[in-house]
Write a protein that binds this ligand. Structure first.
Ligand SMILES: [Zn+2]
Length: 103
């Protein structure tokens, strides 16, 4: 497989959302596993895992290149609950349209 580098933006996003120190790679099958996994979820290996940060980054990049949908998911902006101020502004804007403030 020829390595195709990811864009700098996607690489930065992936690494910020999936910190390499929380991942490890299986030496048998190359599958990325969460650091907390005692055995590889793919092949069941339960010995020493690869924890080299550069190798983990390379595996992440290959995973995203093989499955671009993962990159899309990682780059999607998470929309959270609006803050109290945003909700209050929304109520004010909504109610202002209903009120006749002309004198
Ligand atoms: Zn494995």
């Amino acid at each position: 497989m020829t390595f195709i580098p990811l864009s700098a933006t996607l690489r930065k996003t992936i690494e910020s959302k999936l910190p390499v120190h929380r991942l490890k790679s299986c030496p048998l099958c190359g599958t990325l596993n969460a650091e907390d996994n005692e055995s590889c979820f793919s092949c069941g290996w339960h010995g020493t895992f690869v924890r080299d940060p550069e190798q983990i980054r390379q595996s992440l990049h290959e995973l995203v290149l093989d499955c671009p949908e993962i990159g899309d998911i990682l780059t999607q902006r998470v929309v959270g609950r609006p803050s109290l101020i945003q909700r209050m502004l929304g109520i004010f804007r909504r109610d202002r349209k209903r009120l006749d403030i002309s004198v």
